[in-house]
Design a binder for this molecule. Sequence first.
Ligand code: SF4
Ligand code: SF4
Length: 106
Amino acid sequence: MIDAFVPSANETAQDGVPRCRPGCAACCIAPSISSPIPGMPGGKPAGVPCVQLDDALRCKLFGRPERPAVCGSLQPSLEMCGPADDGGTHARRYLMRLERATQPAV
Ligand code: SF4
Ligand code: SF4
């Protein structure tokens, strides 16, 4: 379980600071989330899109108190987000690898 990530926001890279990219939403799809989410009271399984993503893959809860605290804690990075023009492919692979690496042993 990955316990830190950001929402799909509507910002683009500026000032050399990585920003969450429109249309990616890898952080809201690839990881599992243990916190309750409105519409997903048991949290979110890995690889399942959050029900709070809108049609543009933006968080419908952004800025609202119902948004899980964990959703704001992982910051965009070039390592995670990857190339701006790959449609989020790198990010989904990166986050799925991280998800597998952080799953508790059974
Ligand atoms: S609540 Fe928002 S930020 Fe959190 S996983 Fe769902 S869509 Fe993403
Ligand atoms: S991987 Fe990066 S661009 Fe994609 S949703 Fe997460 S922070 Fe945003």
